[in-house]
Design a protein around this ligand. Structure first.
Ligand code: UD1
Ligand code: CA
Length: 527
């Protein structure tokens, strides 16, 4: 399957990029404007936490050391870092910032696990800037290394600079410092070029500079931004790289911004997939998480959401109105109005409309899971069909079998879940109850309405249930005058007839009435 360089996920280093000694992600803040019991950086967009996006982007530059600075709800954030590091297959360390004394103090904490004699480039990013990508960071590193700068800033011209640190430049354009909103003069507040909070530092300059920071400002914090003026004062090179894509550097402070960035990330992900050969009929109602993989000529109909690690192979058609999580869909399969997770749908198979696939549902090649069918922890073989109104749980079904409508795999005895095993070329009648554990051999049939408690050998027909009694003329006699009685009489039902026929359930009709020699398996399978 093609893997375009998906926007916002940027886990690929650009070729020829200068090396990065360390990457530090600041993620100690409380994020109180999220009004959440979940730490801000653990809120998700595109199927990945904000911190996950930040760490993936940084990891893409292949830093020798990767440190996440934690503080607020540190245990939960540390746990998340472990998960991200496992997903990336690389080490990410955490460093604790005991008190939130400002971004300068946060970076000081981030330096503690690093070697004291670290040299080279240190990248600093935030855990709440989820669309920052590896390409943007790599460009910053290249510029920084090329100029031998002490610090290189990533700046951005924004329509509304409120709240950001402003970039102060001399008349000839040289950066002289960053001034925070709260410390800025009215003239400085009018500056539209802002500090994104993403920096490349020379490691030795950063360590020495952090040690020299003082909280001489309105917020009584240690400002990382003061290092810019410090570099200028020390006659070191300060460089600024402008990012012309504001989304890349936008931070999230509340859930409105989370939704805005989530929508933008999704637009970018869909755009990449469309350019890679996927038809997205209605991008506005389609959501695709960043870790999803799609092959050429996949079609996503309106109202489709693909979450987690979904993989969809060539020319499969998904939707409308389908939500799949961690599900694999084979080439040419069709999945319509379906809710599924942790499932595998074989090539050429058909699912829905209105199907519910729970974890462990596996459908073989050209198999069918039809309308109002729920499947859980079951293996349904190639070419086997479960077309209508059925629950399949804890079952193994062979190939080319057909499960009749309205059947239930009765897998739970109140204590334990039990398995049902059905062979190949089996045809089970409508409304068969498979009381697990039970086995149905290859080529066997069951009659409609069978309650299957005992194993069925290959080739056998199993039927069960009480005999059917038919009491002639009952309705006109017992419910006279009702529309049913009148209809029955128009159809020739005679209230004076009082015959009863019984069927023993095995195809043998007893008593006076008409004999019906029909094979019970006929009509036992709805199609
Ligand atoms: C900071 C910059 C500002 C820039 C803006 C971009 C400083 C002094 N100002 O603003 O120039 O325009 O970012 O968004 O650096 N954090 C910690 N520990 C702390 C403080 C912050 O880990 O003690 C983390 C936060 O979790 C957050 C990031 O650092 O991810 C930025 O903190 P925030 O308070 O949002 O930034 P500002 O200081 O407002
Ligand atoms: Ca902020």
């Amino acid at each position: 399957m093609p893997e375009p360089d998906r926007a916002g996920t940027g886990d690929r280093p650009a070729p020829g990029t200068a090396t990065v000694a360390a990457g530090i992600v600041l993620a100690a803040g409380a994020g109180s404007r999220m009004r959440s019991s979940t730490p801000k950086v653990l809120h998700e967009l595109g199927g990945r936490s904000m911190l996950g996006h930040a760490v993936h982007a940084l990891a893409g530059t292949a830093p020798e050391h990767l440190v996440v600075v934690v503080g607020h709800e540190r245990e939960r954030v540390e746990q998340a870092v472990d998960g991200i590091s496992a997903a990336l297959g690389r080490t990410a360390t955490t460093a604790v910032q005991e008190q939130r004394l400002g971004t300068g103090d946060a970076v000081r904490s981030g330096l503690t696990p690093l070697p004291a004699d670290l040299t080279g480039t240190v990248l600093v990013t935030y855990g709440d800037v989820p669309l920052l990508d590896t390409a943007t960071l790599s460009a910053l590193v290249t510029e920084h290394a090329g100029r031998g700068a002490a610090v290189t800033l990533l700046t951005c011209e924004v329509a509304d600079p409120t709240g950001y640190g402003r970039i102060v430049r001399t008349a000839d354009g040289a950066v002289t410092g960053i001034v925070e909103q709260t410390d800025a003069t009215p003239e400085q507040r009018a500056i539209a070029e802002v500090n994104s909070g993403v920096y490349a530092f020379d490691a030795a300059f950063l360590r020495a500079g952090i040690a020299g920071l003082a909280a001489h400002n309105a917020q009584q914090e240690l400002y990382l931004t003061d290092l810019v003026a410090a570099a200028v004062a020390a006659d070191r090179t300060v460089h600024a790289v402008r990012c012309d894509d504001e989304w890349r550097v936008r931070g999230v402070n509340d859930r409105v911004q989370l939704a805005e960035l989530g929508a933008e990330l999704n637009r970018r992900v869909l755009r990449e997939w469309m350019l890679a050969g996927v038809t997205v009929v209605d991008p506005a109602t389609t959501r695709v998480d960043v870790d999803v993989r799609l092959a050429r000529d996949v079609v996503l109909h309106p109202g489709t959401q693909l979450h987690g690690a979904c993989e969809v192979d060539e020319a499969a058609v998904i939707g409308p109105d389908t939500t799949l999580t961690d599900t694999v869909v084979g080439a040419g399969a069709s999945v319509v109005r379906t809710h599924g997770s942790g499932s595998r749908i074989g090539p050429g198979a058909s699912v829905g409309p209105f199907a519910y696939l729970r974890p462990g549902a596996v459908l073989g090649e050209r198999g069918k899971i039809g309308t109002f069918v729920e499947v859980k922890n079951s293996d349904i073989g190639a070419g086997t069909k479960v077309p209508h109104l059925t629950y399949v749980g804890d079952a193994t079904i062979g190939e080319m079998s057909n499960i009749g409508a309205s059947s239930v795999f009765v897998n739970y005895d109140g204590v334990r879940k039990q398995r049902t095993v059905i062979g190949s070329h089996v045809k089970t009648g409508s409304d068969t109850m498979f009381i697990a554990p039970v086995t149905v051999g290859d080529g066997a049939y069951t009659g409609a309405g069978t309650v299957l408690r005992d194993d069925v050998p290959p080739g056998a027909l199993a039927v069960s249930g009480g005999a059917q009694r038919t009491i002639e003329g009952w309705v006109p006699r017992k419910r006279p005058g009702t529309p049913a009685a009148e209809a029955a009489q128009r159809a020739g039902s005679d209230p004076s007839t009082n015959g009863t026929t019984s069927n023993d359930g095995a195809g043998h009709t007893t008593s006076a009435g008409t004999t019906d020699p029909r094979d019970l398996s006929r009509g036992g399978t709805a199609r």
